[in-house]
Design a protein around this ligand. Structure first.
Ligand code: C5P
Length: 220
């Protein structure tokens, strides 16, 4: 028996990488299998929520009962999130969003034989989807993620404050990448709360419980 701690809640979750096109053939992306975000979507659905999963390209099937919207670039992900976000109680940003897109991407394939030699890419900054949602008036309760390779506590708390979110979930990237187990640390205004090393679905269930404990109560 599992209590439906997110009954009557609408949840939007981002997951996976984004891909940013260089030309029609080539892309720049991030390493993200999507496993953590998909596990959280499954756990939220098990907890009774109505879940929309906005996902970059992954090899994973949508969890049962979860509505998935497929996107490619960070800018596509941003518009999908902004369309879905009205009347949402909770936003969990798990996606590994590319920090930049290629400003001089081309509509035809860049040829190797070009006299100019190797092409030069120009980058432009992508929108910060989480920070934007966190700043919405009457927006959802927001949870961010931070995958770091070192200084997890310091970076995660700094990120939580910078993005103005009540909860930020840290994981050490060397454990997390494409693995089926993870070690999460929750950071809130009280400090840090480590979870044990767990299979991702179990960590996701514990995270959903921790979020449910912190969510503002529904007005009856
Ligand atoms: O510091 P960083 O931007 O990598 O913070 C990661 C957190 O912010 C994650 O929750 C990620 O999904 C979110 N994010 C976002 N849009 C971006 C970059 C990160 O929503 N452009």
């Amino acid at each position: 028996f599992q209590p439906k701690v997110l009954a009557q809640r609408r949840v939007v979750i981002t997951a996976g990488p984004t891909i940013e096109k260089i030309d029609p053939i080539r892309v720049i992306s991030n390493r993200s299998s999507g496993k953590t975000g998909y596990a959280i979507a499954q756990a939220a659905r098990e907890a009774g929520a109505q879940v929309t999963l906005i996902s970059g390209p992954t090899a994973l099937p949508a969890p049962y009962g979860v509505a998935r919207i497929d996107v490619e670039s960070a800018r596509d992900m941003r518009s999908a999130v902004m369309h879905a976000i009205a009347d949402t109680d909770l936003f969990i940003a798990v996606a590994a969003v590319a920090d930049w897109h290629v400003a001089n991407a081309t509509d035809s394939k860049i040829k190797k034989t070009g006299a100019a030699g190797a092409p030069s890419l120009e980058f432009a900054t992508n929108p910060d989807i989480l920070a934007e949602v966190a700043a919405l008036p009457h927006g959802p309760w927001c949870v961010g993620f931070a995958a770091e390779t070192e200084n997890l506590h310091e970076y995660a708390q700094a990120k939580r404050r910078r993005k103005a979110v009540p909860l930020l979930v840290g994981n050490l990237a060397q454990h997390a990448m494409n693995a089926d187990i993870t070690e999460l640390v929750l950071f809130d205004d009280q400090g840090s709360h480590p979870l044990p090393v767990l299979p991702k679905i179990e960590a996701a269930r514990q995270l959903i419980q921790a979020i449910a404990n912190r969510l503002p109560r529904l007005i009856a």
